[in-house]
Design a protein around this ligand. Structure first.
Ligand code: HEC
Ligand code: HEC
Ligand code: HEC
Ligand code: HEC
Ligand code: HEC
Length: 216
């Protein structure tokens, strides 16, 4: 019987199947790479929270200072997340029937803390300390962005080692006057390099790039 397909079409078919698989694989790989940014770093990804707490409302509209809730940011390694009691100083009188605040009232009654989803979370082998940054003139917004515009919290920086070290090498690019650390709308002036160099000298800022600074 005569062959319908020439002998060579067999290998031709194999080649085109392989090519098709490679193409599909390539597309999946490219799509993954494109997304890899926010998939793995979660930068700019707003996170679900047990209560949709809005920094935009509380900071921008109501004008509450960061330190009212993040009480230990100037004095310790951690900024601290406020206990339910802090919310209830206002919400025992304000919005007392709001459905949205039910988990807050339940937490207050039962004494069981709200379980906030962590947005910034360094690996355990990295040492970080808020108080030194705050006291040496690094503003909240340099690392956390405009939280006063965030209905739900997200990260604006990767928190990768590269990011930390970039500033540790050249702090003059980022330092601001100490009295501006909590000013969330602060914009660096045009002469940041002059100002930065002056402040680096005045605040005696060291360039800490040794591994043991952060890995101890
Ligand atoms: C009324 C209380 C309140 C005030 C005022 C407040 N925060 Fe918060 N903040 C919270 C609560 C509650 C959370 C945890 C829920 C969340 O992530 O939104 C939080 C979370 C954060 C986080 C993320 C924490 C994490 O999980 O990584 C950052 C960063 C932050 N706040 C910065 C600020 C800054 C900067 C200011 C001042 C401009 C400020 N906050 C003012 C209550 C407050
Ligand atoms: C200093 C007073 C004060 C404190 C402390 C406070 N709130 Fe509020 N909160 C308000 C006011 C005022 C509003 C009214 C909403 C607005 O500004 O639009 C509000 C509104 C809300 C709302 C309604 C949705 C929204 O954002 O508009 C939620 C949810 C909320 N607060 C959660 C919290 C939680 C959780 C805490 C504790 C971490 C907290 N609040 C602490 C004053 C406060
Ligand atoms: C030099 C960068 C930097 C500055 C400046 C900074 N933070 Fe942070 N913040 C971080 C990092 C990094 C983390 C995550 C820490 C971890 O996972 O151990 C964090 C975590 C937090 C958290 C979560 C709770 C905690 O303590 O881990 C809050 C709240 C917070 N920051 C608030 C603030 C406030 C308010 C300011 C300004 C007074 C501020 N931060 C200034 C880098 C910074
Ligand atoms: C925008 C600038 C900036 C960024 C970003 C930054 N730092 Fe710093 N860091 C500083 C400055 C300024 C100092 C103070 C240096 C000094 O002691 O004079 C400092 C000091 C420190 C110290 C010394 C604390 C001590 O007690 O000795 C540690 C640890 C540290 N940073 C860790 C980190 C880590 C980890 C990150 C990234 C997650 C980070 N920093 C990101 C500016 C920055
Ligand atoms: C200013 C703070 C800082 C300094 C200085 C620093 N690191 Fe890191 N390092 C980090 C942070 C934050 C991470 C975690 C985030 C990441 O993996 O990038 C990290 C992660 C790492 C990791 C794990 C990498 C990975 O992919 O998981 C290694 C290894 C490391 N550092 C080695 C070093 C060595 C070696 C030095 C000195 C040459 C050094 N680091 C200096 C902040 C620092």
């Amino acid at each position: 019987m005569a062959q319908i397909f020439h002998r060579s079409s067999n290998s031709l078919a194999k080649v085109s199947i392989a090519a098709a698989l490679l193409t599909v694989g390539g597309i999946i790989w490219a799509a993954y790479r494109l997304n890899a940014g926010s998939f793995t770093t979660l930068v700019e990804v707003a996170r679900d929270q047990p209560v949709p707490f809005s920094h935009k409302h509380h900071v921008a509209d109501d004008g509450i200072d960061c330190r009212y809730c993040h009480t230990s940011v100037e004095t310790s390694a951690v900024a601290g997340i406020p206990p339910t009691e802090t919310c209830m100083t206002c919400h025992s009188q304000l919005w007392t029937n709001a459905e949205m605040l039910e988990p807050v009232r339940t937490s207050f009654q039962t004494g069981k803390s709200l379980e906030w989803t962590r947005v910034h979370d360094l690996p355990d082998f990295v040492y970080f300390n808020h108080s030194i940054h705050v006291n040496k003139g690094i503003g909240c917004s340099t690392c956390h962005g405009r939280v006063d515009k965030m209905p739900l919290m997200f990260k604006v920086n990767t928190l990768y080692m590269q990011w930390c070290v970039e500033c540790h090498r050249e702090p003059e690019k980022y330092v601001r006057p100490r009295d501006q650390v909590f000013n969330i709308a602060y914009e660096p002036p045009d002469d940041q390099m002059d100002l930065g160099q002056r402040l680096v000298a005045e605040y005696k800022i060291q360039k800490l790039t040794d591994c043991v600074t952060c890995h101890r």
